[in-house]
Design a protein. Structure first.
Length: 318
């Protein structure tokens, strides 16, 4: 395993490794991805193995441009095309009818494929160098905290990955928003583009983001427990008594919690985007302290706050 600063030489080696069937971790504007060439079923199978990810949970396929998208998706309905036009390259994933060349392991046997055109320069340079779509889920162990730095990837997946391209901290810090269209526009996952921004473009979305209990979710991505730190985390409405704070860490949107062993403030200025960018980074930091628990203040459920609140809710399920 090597962690390489993502310069031209490193990107060329990573592309060569992908072409030869390896898995490579790379930065995107949302979180780090663990990638394999999307048409290489054997390499994609290795992603599931490295992440210990159940094969019922399909991957996102990354494309460089609309031409590459046409090799992945059979059809782009008009509303999807509008969103692509408005938000790509960017943190939006569109679920589309898949082309038969995309192996079933990528889509968990579904007839649809989730596709995204990333904006991060390293992800784009890698796609251009490989010349093939790259299937990549987040580069963490299944169910654990998402990686927003190369160090997060190294700590979780370490020796299992051949190359980790280090492109610094990911600017947005939470995963892409996922929208499906069949039969009507439906929000599948809250993410780095606010629901309101998408609705401003194409009108109301059905909401299919509610977590589903049990081991066989009806739709992928609705897992009740996800994004979990090792330290138990709970969402609090108000601060616990002072003597209950010393063994714990506090994560909040604003300042103002005293007496905790550690605390992180997502955005002192109350800015959603700043809060989202720091969310996983701060959880990684607080988790590393090995305290008894993390108290997370409830986040307002609108704009990007909805994406943070969703992740907090799933992280706090035990
Ligand atoms: O920002 C992101 O989306 C990051 C970066 C690396 O691009 N990727 C990411 O992938 O978050 P991952 O594997 O952690 O999440 C992929 C999710 C699945 O859990 C599932 O919910 C949804 O995408 N998905 C994939 N294919 C789907 C399909 N055909 N139908 C419905 N949902 C799908
Ligand atoms: Mg993930």
């Amino acid at each position: 395993m090597s962690v390489l600063r993502a310069d031209t030489v490193a990107i060329a080696s990573a592309a060569a490794a992908l072409g030869a069937g390896a898995c490579v971790a790379f930065p995107t504007e949302t979180v780090y991805g663990l990638g394999a060439v999307a048409f290489d079923a054997r390499a994609v199978a290795r992603i599931f193995e490295i992440k210990a990810r159940p094969t019922f949970d399909p991957l996102i396929v990354h494309v460089l441009d609309m031409e590459m998208l046409a090799r992945v998706a059979r059809d782009v309905p008009p509303l999807a095309a509008r969103l692509a036009q408005r938000f790509w390259p960017g943190a939006l994933t569109l679920v589309l009818a898949k082309r038969p060349e995309i192996p079933g392991i990528v889509t968990s046997g579904l007839e649809s494929v989730a596709a995204r055109m990333p904006a991060h320069p390293v992800a784009r340079a890698l796609l251009a160098a490989v010349g093939q779509p790259i299937a990549a889920p987040s580069a963490n162990s299944f169910g654990r905290l998402s990686p927003t730095s190369a160090e997060h990837v190294r700590a979780q997946l370490g020796e299992l990955v051949e190359i980790i391209l280090d492109g610094g901290a990911t600017p947005l810090g939470i995963e892409s928003t996922i929208v499906a269209f069949d039969p009507v526009p439906t929000l599948l996952r809250h993410g780095a583009i606010a629901r309101e921004a998408i609705e401003a473009e194409i009108g109301p979305l059905l909401d299919a983001t509610a977590p589903v209990d049990g081991s066989t979710p009806q739709a992928p991505g609705q897992l009740l427990q996800h994004y979990a730190p090792q330290t138990p985390i709970r969402v609090i409405e108000s601060l616990p008594p002072r003597d209950r704070r010393a063994d714990a860490a506090y994560l909040g949107f604003h300042e103002g919690a005293e007496g905790y062993a550690a605390q992180r403030v997502l955005s002192p200025a109350g800015n959603d985007a700043e809060a989202a960018a720091h969310f996983f980074e701060y959880l990684h930091e607080l988790d590393a302290l090995g305290l008894e628990r993390i108290d997370a203040a409830r986040v307002p459920n609108r704009g990007l706050g909805a994406a943070i609140a969703d992740r907090l809710a799933r992280a706090s399920v035990r």
